[in-house]
Write a protein that binds this ligand. Sequence first.
Ligand SMILES: [Zn+2]
Length: 273
Amino acid sequence: MLKKMLYIFIFTLLGAALIFSVVMMIKFFNEAAEEEKDNMKNPMLNPVNETPSPSLTEAATPSPSPSPSPTPVPEKNYEEEFYMTEITDEIFERIKGKSYPEGATISLDDLRWCHVVHYGFDGEIHEGEIIVNKAIADDTLEIFKELFDIKYEIEKIRLIDEYGADDEKSMEDNNSSSFCYRTIAETTVLSNHALGLAIDINTLYNPYVYTRKDGTLFLQPENATDYVDREKENPHFIKNGDPCYNIFIAHGFTWGGDWNTKKDYQHFEKSID
Ligand SMILES: [Zn+2]
C-alpha cells in the first residue's frame, strides 16, 4: 500500500515537471518571436533590413557578381559649379573702391569672376568666388576643379573685398584669393595680384616670409609665426612636389616657395604674353 502511494507520488511529480518544462519552452519561443518582430519594426536595431533585398537588386541590374551590393547613391555632379562671368554691375559694386580702387589701370573687361566649390578644413563642400585675369580664368576653373576632385582642403575662397581689400586681414583669416589692385608689400612695384595673374592659397598656413637687409624678419600675415618652419608636418603646408603644387605647375604657374630669398609659400602666378 505504502509502495503504491510512493509510485503515484513519483509519477505525479514527474508529470508536473514535464508539463512545467513544456510550458516554459512554449513561453521561451513566444518571447523569441516577439523580439524578432520588434527588430523588424525598428530598423536602427536591424540595419540589414534597410538595404534592398538581393532579389530586387539583381532584378534591377543583371550582374554576374554573385554577392549583391547596395545600390550606390548617384553623386551630385559638381562640374556645373565651376563657371565664370564677366564683371557685372553687381560685382563691380562690390569691388569698387576696394580691390578695384580709383585709378586702377586694369580694365574690368580683362577680369573674370569665377564661381567654384571646394573642400574646407571641415571636410565639407563650400562655395567660393575668386576674381582673376581673363587670361588665366580657364586655368583657374580647371585648377580648382582638379583640387576639388582630389578633395584638397582650402579653408575659404572669398573676395578680398570682404576684408576691405586688406591683404593682411584676408591672410590672417586664411583666405585664398587672387585679384587685388595693389603693390608688392614694402615696394612700389605693382603686384601680379593687381593684374589678377596670381593666386594665393591657404594664406595663413603658407605665409610670405624673408629676412630683410637689416636682418629683421618680414612675415605676412603677422599671425603666421607657427608656420614659418617648413620642416614641420602640417597637412595644409604647400610644398614643392605636393598635389596642389603639381596642379598649378601643370597649368604653367610658378610657385613663390621656389623663389630664392623671398619665400611666398601661398603664391602661384602665371606670366602671359
Ligand atoms: Zn600672392
